[in-house]
Write a protein that binds this ligand. Structure first.
Ligand SMILES: [Zn+2]
Length: 65
């Protein structure tokens, strides 16, 4: 199950697993939607941690000032 209460914000670093640090794959791309989220899953077969990545919308608003 994906925990939507546990949302991570994008940084300028490549996205890696928040549990083990391995590479991740995007299993659901919602970046074109208003929420601008992507669902990632860890490549590590022993981990397969799934998490939500979200673009920092507030930061974008600030940059428009
Ligand atoms: Zn992992």
């Amino acid at each position: 199950m994906i925990d939507f209460n546990n949302v991570f914000i994008y940084s300028d670093q490549p996205t890696t697993c928040k549990k083990c640090g391995a590479r991740t794959e995007i299993i659901l791309d919602l970046s074109h939607t208003l929420n601008k989220t992507e669902i990632h899953r860890c490549y590590d077969k022993k981990c397969i941690f799934e998490f939500v990545m979200q673009f920092d919308l507030d930061f974008k608003n600030y940059s428009l000032l």
